[in-house]
Design a protein around this ligand. Sequence first.
Ligand code: PLP
Length: 345
Amino acid sequence: MAVAHLTIDLAALTANWQALNSMSQTETAAVVKADAYGLGIDKVAPALAQAGARRFFVAAAEEGAELRQVLGSGPEINVFSGHMKGDTALIRDANLVPMLNSIDQMLRQVEALPGHAFGLQLDTGMNRLGMEDAEWRALRDIALAQKPTLVMSHLACADEPAHYMNAQQLQTFVDMTDGIDADRSLAATGGTLLGPDYHFDLTRPGVGIYGGMPFIDAKPVVRLDVPVIQSREVQTGETVGYSNTWTAERPTRVATIAAGYADGILRAMGDQACLWAGDTRCKVLGRISMDMIGVDITSVEGEPASLELLGPHQGVDMLADWAGTIGYEILTSLGHRYDRSYLTA
Ligand SMILES: *Cc1c(COP(=O)(O)O)cnc(C)c1O
């Protein structure tokens, strides 16, 4: 088989959700947008529901409709993008709760689906989604009279605990929502770690559930093993891969492994990247190709059947560092052609 094998540890994933849940006195939701950060919403969401999650968040109504099929009736499914043109039937039929972002969305909602549950999203400084202060003040009493299920906002810099923006957004959120009769939510993973001031009635972690930073104590959830297709001896002075970017300075044994940038193994990781054969570290040699990568296996005894790219030795944030990105992007780029298996407790 020339496809890599991705193992997703659902027991570690639910343990991460439980650990985040135990950090607050309030309810903990689960963010499962983008196919549960690339790990498979059809497996991840039921495991989280089983662990006790009752509210889920997705980015788009289409994702919400798919999640409803997976979860059945019962859990609440909230949609960050709110109520877009064309969403009405999905919201009604899949019983989704749109997080309305503007007066326009509010009008669309009450005209198309009077009496249907909704939440509200406020902008507290990130300038991405949600009503700004003036808009909110104009709408606040009318909106609250319709009994929103949730009033939420999102932190821009919660992965940096000391950032001034956190306290500033917290204060703005309190100013905008003090005394209202609705559940409130401000914290994603980073905000959950900032402590009780940020927890309100509901926390909404995503990346920490999947084992990513800023949740330092997260259990690793993904393991990726890439099969070796062929290995060869490369002599001093010979090169490996496209554009001859790596030249052997000594005789080197090179394995060609079966995955590449088409599988989300970012080419930008360049020559910092390495893989593991057991406890032996093996450097990537030369350019990452679309479906193949050259790896130095000189120190490995025999030809390994596969090499570990993600697992106990290095997680998504290590790969992200090499590529100059974040663990979120590594997770959501995980390849569609990987053979996948799920570990349960
Ligand atoms: C993605 C997202 C989350 C989850 O964020 P993490 O950093 O992955 O925990 C929560 N709230 C909103 C609005 C989001 O877009």
